[in-house]
Design a protein around this ligand. Structure first.
Ligand SMILES: C[S@@+](CC[C@H](N)C(=O)[O-])C[C@H]1O[C@@H](n2cnc3c(N)ncnc32)[C@H](O)[C@@H]1O
Length: 167
């Protein structure tokens, strides 16, 4: 996907907000981190977290990088938002991870999730979840006002969607 398409996928989740402190969990090479940075502007501070140090190597500027496993305590708190793009599908037991993500975010802050619209996994996308399931998973972890932002066709697993929830 082109940069502008990634920006469009998460744009309504950011809802015109500028600045603030956000984290991108499972940032990889930072394609969505850069999209988030464009939307939030230069005054934002963004921490890109990935367990793969080499993936994060190309990031810099106002994006801080941290090599860490997001299923373990991260010492991140008072965030205005968290982005998880194609990373939550690596986690089988999502509840404890999502509860700890919720605690990282200040009340009224946001979680933006980008995922494949599939319920059956494969070796590369082991535990995907369609949007209807995400609504329930997010509510169980204490997130509110979950809504679908956008769905786009994907050559992998048919489609990709973005959704936003509030704390
Ligand atoms: C498919 S890539 C997605 C990268 C990026 N978010 C994107 O959409 O372009 C998934 C990334 O999540 C990272 N990841 C998966 N599980 C993780 C975990 N428990 N802690 C930290 N990073 C993780 C992987 O290392 C990989 O870089």
């Amino acid at each position: 996907m082109k940069h502008d398409d990634l920006v469009d996928l998460i744009r309504d989740g950011v809802a015109g907000e500028r600045g603030g402190r956000w984290a991108d969990l499972g940032a990889g090479e930072g394609a969505f981190t850069r999209a988030l940075a464009d939307l939030l502007g230069p005054e934002a501070s963004i921490v890109a977290v990935d367990r793969d140090a080499s993936a994060l190597r190309g990031l810099g500027g106002n994006i801080e990088t941290r090599v860490a496993d997001f299923t373990r305590p991260l010492d991140l708190h008072d965030l205005d938002g968290v982005l998880m793009a194609n990373s939550l599908h690596f986690v089988r037991d999502k509840q404890p991870v999502l509860e700890s993500v919720r605690r990282m975010i200040t009340p009224g802050g946001r979680l933006i999730v980008v995922e494949y619209g599939a319920d059956r996994g494969n070796p590369w996308v082991p535990y995907p979840f369609v949007y209807a399931r995400w609504e329930k998973i997010a509510a169980q972890a204490g997130f509110r006002k979950t809504r679908l932002l956008k769905t786009v066709p994907s050559r992998w697993l048919g489609s990709m969607y973005s959704a936003v929830s509030e704390t």
